[in-house]
Design a protein around this ligand. Sequence first.
Ligand code: FPP
Length: 236
Amino acid sequence: MQKKDKEPIRVDERLAHIAFIMDGNGRWAQRRMMPREYGHKAGAANFKKVVRYCGNIGIKTVTVYAFSTENWSRPQREVEAILRLLNEYLDACEHDREAQDIRYRFIGDRSVLPADLQARIERVERVSAGRVLTLNIALNYGGRDEIVHACNALIAAGKKAVTAEDISSALYTADSPDPDLIVRTGGELRLSNFLLWQAAYAELYFTDVLWPDLSADDIDEAVRHFYARQRRYGGV
Ligand code: FPP
């Protein structure tokens, strides 16, 4: 990822976890008179650069919204294209040298995914355990679905009443801290069922830039906004 601005930015422990809603792939393609799948391909390529850049500036956990529980309603051709990109990405996770310092975690309901995809996901998670930079990939993920799933797991474990900590520890993200900053590209001002529980105190940053165009400078800008805000967690 090329930076126009030469000043290197570095984050500290206040910005341990950044999450991205990768929106705008379809429009990026349409502006080029290309099919939407072309935008997802460009989006997947930029996703790799963004993750690398976040690791380079000191972020410890990155979460991306790759495929929501609602995305199945898209045309079959588009769904297939996204799943194909994911499969290609899993190949890269296993074989690319530069992917070898990332700990991969997949969040969401994987039970409905094709069996071979589930097996690859489990393998990538197992092999990458213990690495420094955690990447959570939300796949067939919905925030409400996650909370319902967590509550049912707690009931199944015999809980009669639950605490906020119980719920946090039963979410797909149980082993990640809550996100400090959520960035949404593509100009929409909403969370779209992403990390609903975990976003309670996250700073939100929205940009009109379309996901395939999100650059290192754009990330730096989001980071600067984050540091300019005061996080009070309900206090004064
Ligand atoms: C939203 O843009 C994007 C998605 C629903 C899919 C995101 C997928 C990728 C970036 C590629 C695959 C991911 C990985 C991890 C390899 P949109 O299609 O809603 O764009 P639009 O709002 O312009 O139509």
